[in-house]
Design a protein around this ligand. Structure first.
Ligand SMILES: [Fe+2]
Length: 237
């Protein structure tokens, strides 16, 4: 649930630091947004006293999707690191660089999702799995398959749910994930098509530290996904 204009006005009226902290947490609550409980009444209660289901009922679908995305991206990070190690062992240095950059990208985007989960009162705890490591070619094909499915099927549904729940931050997070996954697709396809050439190390890949966008070369002034300055990108080798 997005913070409403009314809730922000109420928040400004609160003077003490303790109450401000309380208001910040509660402003995103549905009870407050719905006006069913006064700000003062909510602050008087321990957050634990508020039933989670009541607090987030209308945004529960989006919260569930955020948790699923957070787990998937946390696992993707570990998987990419394991695949990078395998690529190095097989001598595909550029593929290893790509996987390390993907791991950094997933780490940044998972952090983005974790922030939105916290803003909705959830606790971002990923459900981790042991990475499955095959040959580098198979790992690249798996990465391409997973990310294509996420960009074309899974995340568009998450965006629609976030729109329905009116959680702007989640809609933006899922939307940027779609752009990032779609942008990585040509890199995986190039590696699969000409894997032999990917034995030679490159200068590495550039990752936006704000949103996780991943590119091979910077030919823009601002990140095409989040609009951050090009200087916010870091090189991952
Ligand atoms: Fe970005």
């Amino acid at each position: 649930m997005a913070v409403t204009g009314a809730s922000l006005v109420e928040t400004k009226k609160v003077k003490t630091a303790g109450r401000e902290k309380c208001m910040k947490k509660l402003a995103i609550g549905l009870l407050f947004a719905a006006g069913r409980v006064s700000p003062r009444g909510l602050c008087a209660q321990s957050p634990k006293a508020l039933p989670h289901s009541a607090m987030h009922a209308a945004a529960q679908g989006t919260l569930d999707n955020l948790m699923a995305a957070f787990s998937a991206e946390s696992n993707s990070r570990e998987e990419a690191l394991a695949w990078a190690k395998k690529a190095d062992e097989e001598g595909y240095k550029k593929a290893a660089q790509l996987f390390r950059a993907v791991a950094k990208s997933e780490e940044i985007h998972a952090g983005f999702h974790a922030g939105v989960i916290k803003s909705l009162g959830g606790k971002p705890v990923p459900e981790m799995k042991t990475p499955v490591v095959k040959s580098t070619r198979e790992n690249l094909e798996r990465a391409l398959q997973n990310e294509t499915m996420s960009a074309e099927k899974l995340y568009p549904g998450f965006v629609e749910q976030a729109k329905a729940d009116n959680v702007k931050e989640a809609r933006m997070a899922f939307g940027s994930a779609i752009k990032i996954y779609s942008g990585r697709k040509p890199l995986y396809e190039a590696a699969i098509k000409n894997l032999k050439a990917w034995k030679k190390a490159s200068r590495g890949f550039m990752v936006c530290t704000v949103c996780g966008e991943l590119v091979e070369h910077i030919n823009f002034m601002k990140c095409p996904v989040c609009g951050a300055a090009a200087g916010k990108f870091i090189r991952v080798r």
